[in-house]
Write a protein that binds this ligand. Structure first.
Ligand SMILES: Cc1ncc(COP(=O)(O)O)c(C=O)c1O
Length: 411
């Protein structure tokens, strides 16, 4: 007889053994004191820590006007929408937010989803089914939601080496010209922090008559003078066919979307299962997200301050000899390698220094590439940065020495 629970607990034991089992910290989030928060340690004691791993980059989740809008509209329209988009779940707030998003990305239309994960899986899956004989060409570092979306429709798929346009072209050359082709990539890669060569990809797409799909989840709100992402910064909105984004990170609320030509949007609206068969976002969430976008579009100086903070943190990391991946984006990663060591480092940082850095492990990164991903926000002070850099130096120096020694012994 199948022992279902035993199968699952064996799998979980193996995951724990590998060091990749995920332990969540129960953050008692404070809108007033962000990025500081309370949590309870293993002994039930109340502790304070600074959050260095939130994707609330621009602190819009705790922005007064955004919270005010959420409160106002939830009192006016209720907590939930009460329906799918087709069955009473389209309110004026959904319509307004979609118009705002279309305008932000200089597109004819936009379509809302519960999250960018669902926007990615639904859109790619649906396109894969609508275009007969389609081929997807996907960057090797693409997010799980892009991979799942492509997998789900069982279309032919090719992977190009990360940000390697020559490899991309080699693949394109070998696909029959009459076949529909979709190039799928991100603008800012969420772990390595690399930024893709958008312009070159757009040129290749034109040359080989491909559709382009970009995930701007880690760029919207943060790049471009209006917060429209890397495509806005490069003025390449027209060159990309479908722009995907989230309302949950830079914009600080919840939800995801695509922005595109109105025919593409209408096709996903009409055929996309993950759009059709689910309750729509609450009206108040849509209103709060629209307020957040409006504020970020109008306040480019917030973005300048945010990017200034990234450089300031990196300056202090360098001063304290903390090695990190010095990329062109806002994501600062420290590679540790072994997942168990990475977890130990994160535990020490939290328990002894009051610093919260969630270890990033498999499957978010490849096995053996566990890392700490530092996210600086608009509200981290220089004092907090100095303390982080000094603490990282103290905790990491002995650990990295041990890792190096082990590597030398194994050689
Ligand atoms: C690159 C990328 N795309 C999509 C998503 C999904 O976004 P959401 O949280 O809005 O579902 C994430 C992570 O959350 C991501 O990192």
């Amino acid at each position: 007889m199948t022992d279902y629970l035993k199968i699952l607990s064996d799998k979980l034991d193996a995951l724990k053994e590998s060091g990749s089992y995920r332990y969540f910290l129960d953050v008692n989030k404070s809108a007033q004191h962000f990025p500081r928060f309370h949590y309870e340690n293993e002994m039930g004691e109340k502790k304070t820590a600074v959050n260095w791993c939130s994707n609330d980059y621009m602190c819009m989740s705790v922005q007064e006007e955004v919270i005010g809008k959420l409160n106002f509209v939830s009192h006016r329209s209720g907590a939930g929408s009460g329906g799918t988009r087709n069955i009473s779940g389209t309110t004026i707030y959904h319509k307004q937010l979609e118009q705002t998003l279309a305008a932000l990305h200089k597109k004819e239309a936009a379509l809302l989803f519960s999250g960018a994960y669902l926007a990615n899986t639904t859109t790619l899956n649906t396109l894969g089914k609508l275009f007969k004989d389609v081929v997807f060409i996907s960057d090797e570092e693409n997010h799980a939601s892009l991979i799942e979306g492509i997998k789900g429709c069982h279309a032919e798929k090719h992977i190009f080496r990360h940000n390697d346009v020559q490899h991309l072209e080699e693949i394109l050359k070998n696909i029959a010209p009459e076949r529909p082709k979709i190039i799928v990539f991100e603008s800012v890669y969420s772990i390595s922090g690399t930024i893709s060569p958008v312009e070159e990809i757009v040129l290749l797409a034109k040359k080989y008559n491909c559709l382009t799909y970009i995930d701007e989840v880690h760029a919207v709100g943060l790049y471009g003078t209006d917060g429209g992402g890397v495509t806005s910064q490069l003025q390449l909105q027209k060159g990309i066919d479908i722009i995907n984004g989230t309302l949950a990170k830079g914009f600080g609320v919840i939800g995801g979307y695509i922005a595109a030509d109105k025919t593409i949007v209408d096709a996903i609206r009409s055929f996309g299962s993950g759009f059709i068969f689910t309750t729509s976002l609450p009206p108040a969430i849509c209103a709060a997200a629209a307020k957040s976008i409006e504020l970020l579009r109008a306040n480019d100086e917030w973005r300048s301050h945010f990017h200034f903070n990234i450089q300031l943190l990196r300056k202090h990391l360098k001063r304290n000899e903390v090695l990190f991946n010095d990329n062109v984006s806002h994501i600062t990663t420290i590679t540790i390698g072994d997942a168990t060591t990475c977890k130990k480092v994160a535990d020490t940082l939290l328990r002894e220094y009051g610093l919260y850095l969630q270890p990033v492990n498999y499957p978010t990164v490849k096995k053996g590439e566990a890392c700490l991903r530092i996210t600086t926000t608009l509200k981290h002070s220089e004092e907090e940065m100095i303390y982080l850099a000094q603490s990282l130096y103290k905790v990491l120096s002995p650990v990295l020495q041990q890792v190096q020694q082990k590597q030398q012994q194994n050689q």
